[in-house]
Structure formats: structure tokens, C-alpha cells
Design a protein around this ligand. Sequence first.
Ligand code: THG
Length: 262
Amino acid sequence: MLIIGELINGMYKQVAAAIAGKDKKAIQGLARQQAENGANMLDVNVGPSSGNPQEAMKWLVETIQEAVEAPLCLDSTKPAVIEAGLKLAKKKALINSTTADDEKLNTLLPLAKRYNAGIIGLTMDKTGVPRDRYKRSEHALKIISSCMEQGMDLGDVYIDPIVLPVNVAQPQALEVLESLREFKVISDPPPKTVVGLSNVSQGTSERNLINRTFLVMAAAFGLGAAILDPLDKDLMDAMITAELILGKNIYCDSYLEAYRKK
Ligand code: THG
């Protein structure tokens, strides 16, 4: 499973403060810790309160790349903020994200092509997040068709069914899991899949347990990538064990250690 570290997000107060105070050490520490604990890629989100989000994105990308080699997942609803990051990215980046709206697809797919980036497609549009798996698949199909029309390699396309908090949208958890399975038959080759895992537990009192359980279940439904907290060791152990059970790596007594070394 592709692990995308979620911790460099202005949603966190300390990260927002680090961006505002240009505290390189704080951001580079988060980048290194996540990479050392198994993140293959780092999500970069300037957060809701940044006065100049393009400048903030540039500073974050430069600061992170001074510390780690990991490729970046540029997370913003504003195409100009994503492009500011794409211009500076040294490794193949992932655009996070487009929706199924034509305006978004027509802006972001050309950016993905121009900068040779991958893209995450959220299965939603201006009318909001669907209530069921069928509408999610409809949005996924639309995103994938657009990607094919624009000549994108489907290996660069990740579909995100959008995870909602289980405390306020309980039936959505199973709809998301079933969507992951349905996305596999939408195209040949099938798109990759990704979720923002921590969404599922927002506002709950058992965050780590809910994240961990949902991740293992999503792995069984074929999830390919997750934006999560790689410093949650129990979560990472559960992910590695789920992949073992699914036959993604060969059993040995020290499989946790073996996974971490490779
Ligand atoms: N899909 C895609 N991208 C995404 C998401 C998604 N990016 C953002 C988000 N969802 C994934 N990242 C996070 C990061 C943090 C939290 C949840 C998801 C989180 N933060 C604490 C909270 O809100 O309780 C912040 C606590 C604090 O302020 O310290 O839970 O779904 N493609």
C-alpha cells in the first residue's frame, strides 16, 4: 500500500504556526519522522488560514525537499496553489485533487500532463459527496473517462471515494468500502484507489482503533493508497499485517521488521 503521510497540514495548529513563523525545523522534523516511519509520499496542505496560500505552498515544498527525498502529494482545492507546488517539485508529484466537475477536470488534468504528475479524483461534484456507492462509481467513471480523453496514463490516476466521519455518517463507511471494490471493474486497467483515512474517526473518542480497523477492512476491499499518520505504529503494524494476510509479502517471523527495512 502506498502510504502518504498526512501530518504536514495547516489544519494542525502547530503546522499552521510553523508556516506563519517560517519555522523550517518544525516542518523538516515532521517530514523526516514520517519518511523514517514508512511514508512513501508526503501530503502537503497549507491549511485553511494561510493569508497567501501560493507562497505558503512554495515555502513548504522547498523546505520539505531540503530534508527528504520523498515525492509530494500537493493538497489544495485551489489549482493555483497546486501549480505553485508542481513548479518546484523535484520528484513526480501527485495532485490532490480534482472533483468530477468539468471546470476542475479541465483545469487540473492539463496541469497533471504538463508537469507529469499523478492525480487524485474525488468522487464528488458541486452538489456534494454522494450518499451511496452507485453515485460514487458514476463520478469515478466520469473522472476516468476524462483522464483517458486527455491521454493520461491510468496508472497515474487515483480514485478517492471520500471517507466521512463514522460518528455523523455511519452508513457511509460501508458505502466507501463497497465503492473500493466497484472501482476495480470500471476500467481496464482499473484505477488506483486512495482514502484520507483519519476522516473516518474525526470527532470520535477511539480515533486510533477506528482508523486501524477501517484501514484493515479497506485493504481487504482492495485499497491501494492511504493518507494517514505513519507515526501511529499500531496502525502501520496493522497495515503491514493486512498486506501479509492478503499475500502481498511473503511470511517470515520478522515480517514487520522485514517490511520496515525494505
Ligand atoms: N482525501 C484526500 N485528501 C485529503 C483527505 C481526503 N486530505 C486531507 C484529509 N482528507 C486527510 N488528512 C487529514 C489530516 C488530519 C486529520 C484528518 C485528515 C485530522 N486532524 C485533526 C482533527 O481534525 O481532529 C487535527 C487535530 C489538531 O488540530 O491537532 O483528523 O479524504 N484525497
